[in-house]
Write a protein that binds this ligand. Structure first.
Ligand SMILES: *Cc1c(COP(=O)(O)O)cnc(C)c1O
Length: 495
């Protein structure tokens, strides 16, 4: 399988090259030239496999350059019992007669990012060997809270890599911050940025596209790579759990092979829901793709009107991983829906960079609207949803997941579409104790680790062991940078 850029469809790279580079030099995102079709036979075969084998089987369709036994080994390591505290890795939990929650937070950092970021370092290391790259990969990450931790956990002490994470100073939860500033590993670095997530992400993009920086780093034996969801090596492992969830529904007798299932995904950078779109493209019987946003509802408007406009107030919400006004992976969707119109994509992205706005119409917009439904959920409704799922179903969810549950309910009410549906649960409620406690009527204590105990007591379920073990860990990283100084931070990190 070869890969091209969303801004230059004549480009052809191998999977190993695409994963090593992360982002195309022209600013575009790497995308496979075709999407292998899953026949009924494939789905039946997958139903008989465990999660690890499903992952190796599906990734193999895109990574012919990799030996099947290597992929099987990677999947066994990335999704083994030491990493994931549930044997199903990404299990479904039934919420009512036609609704399931896909729990994606059983990994080491209690967020769905682990599904991709336990795998990416293995793919990247193998790609470095395949491409004969001798320089050290410096992974730059802008995080809205979960990616940074998950990426460092995946890359820590991986040979021939270093990883530096930027997070918005006041844009992450206390537990998320504590997870990052106490990160272990010889090759990791963490720095807060005075600004919001978009500022941090723009800073990283600026560094990536700066030729002088690239040259200076090359002289020191480094090249830059990305662990953000712009890297194909992150999207691909995410395609797996949608297909796996469908297989689990079949195995449980809850849907028949071929029956349509709707998926609702709490969305920020559009990586997770894009993976679901790709699963659909491969032939998975996905009905509607329901894109759930918080108060930062730029995607809701885009899906409803065709106008993408980031010129609006930025809200800091209780679902910070979705506090994003520039959803990078939307570029891959535009490329696909426009049938590879790289000129159109470049035009939209130029307009976005210049004026913060672009518009799509015609066929493209019609396709967008037939595939996707967009909705958003405010802060008060998020709390109400956490409360009602807890009271009525005995199920504790985090604020991001609550946003998805609410938008799914809105979709059903608005359209009358009662098809079986799965909503993605992207973080453990224990990562957001403050909001979750407030929602269920308990006043949170000031200390973030004491809140873990509070929530444990209220829920009667043990907090994930790795969150509980943050207690007493030494803080290793306290640096704060201005937005304009991120280059200097990178330079110092690699000196
Ligand atoms: C990253 C993240 C999201 C958003 O996912 P995207 O792939 O960026 O759309 C949602 N919820 C949680 C908890 C996250 O960490």
């Amino acid at each position: 399988m070869q890969y091209l850029s969303t801004r230059d469809k004549t480009l052809r790279l191998s999977a190993a090259e695409a994963i090593t580079m992360g982002l195309s030099r022209d600013g575009g995102l790497f995308t496979p030239v075709s999407f292998p079709n899953l026949g009924t036979l494939d789905l039946k075969t997958l139903c008989g496999m465990d999660y690890q084998r499903r992952a190796a089987y599906l990734m193999g369709k895109y990574l012919e350059q990799f030996r099947p036994e290597d992929l099987a080994d990677f999947a066994a390591r990335a999704y083994g019992p030491e990493q994931f505290d549930h044997p199903g890795v990404a299990p479904l939990r039934q919420v009512d007669g036609s609704t399931w929650c896909l729990e994606l937070w059983h990994g080491p950092t209690s967020a769905f990012k682990d599904l991709a970021l336990q795998m990416l370092p293995l793919l990247l290391s193998a790609s470095l060997r395949k491409t004969g790259e001798e320089k050290t990969a410096c992974i730059l990450v802008a995080t809205s809270g979960d990616t940074g931790k998950a990426a460092m956990e995946g890359f820590r002490d991986v040979p021939q890599t270093k990883i530096l994470v930027f997070y918005p100073e006041n844009g992450v939860s206390q537990i998320q911050k504590l997870q990052m500033v106490t990160q272990e590993g010889e090759n990791v670095g963490v720095c807060a940025v005075r600004g919001n997530f978009d500022d941090a992400q723009n800073g990283v993009k600026r560094i990536f596209s700066d030729p002088a920086m690239r040259e200076a780093l090359a002289e020191r034996g480094y090249f830059l790579s990305s662990a953000n969801s712009i890297n194909w090596g992150r999207i691909l492992p995410q395609v797996v759990y949608y297909i796996s969830a469908y297989c689990d529904l079949i195995n449980g007798g809850q849907v028949k092979l071929g029956q349509m299932v709707n998926f609702c995904v709490p969305t920020g950078n559009f990586g997770n829901i894009l993976a679901c779109y790709y699963a659909r493209k491969m032939g998975l019987p996905v009905g509607k793709l329901i894109c759930a946003s918080n108060r930062n509802d730029v995607l809701t408007d885009f899906i409803r009107t065709g106008v993408y406009d980031r010129n609006r107030p930025f809200h800091t919400t209780m679902s910070p991983s979705m506090d994003i006004l520039i959803s990078s992976n939307l570029e891959r969707l535009l490329f696909d829906l426009s049938e590879w119109d790289d000129v159109l994509v470049r035009g939209c992205m130029d307009q976005l960079a210049r004026s913060g706005r672009y518009e799509v119409g015609g066929e493209l917009k019609a396709r967008l609207q037939s595939l996707f439904y967009g909705g958003f959920c405010g802060e008060e409704e998020t709390l109400e949803t956490i409360r009602s799922l807890y009271r009525e179903r005995g199920y504790l969810v985090d604020p991001h997941t609550a946003v998805a549950a609410k938008v799914l309910a809105d979709y059903r009410r608005e359209t009358g579409d009662a098809a079986p549906a799965v909503f993605a649960s992207t973080a453990s409620p224990y990562k957001f104790c403050d909001s979750v406690l407030t929602a269920i009527g308990v006043s949170p204590l000031p200390d973030s680790l004491e809140r873990l105990d509070q929530l444990q007591a209220a829920a009667g379920v043990a907090a994930p062991a790795r969150l509980a073990s943050l207690r007493g860990k030494p803080v290793r990283f306290g640096q704060v940078s201005e937005r304009e100084d991120m280059e200097g931070v990178v330079s110092a990190f690699l000196s």
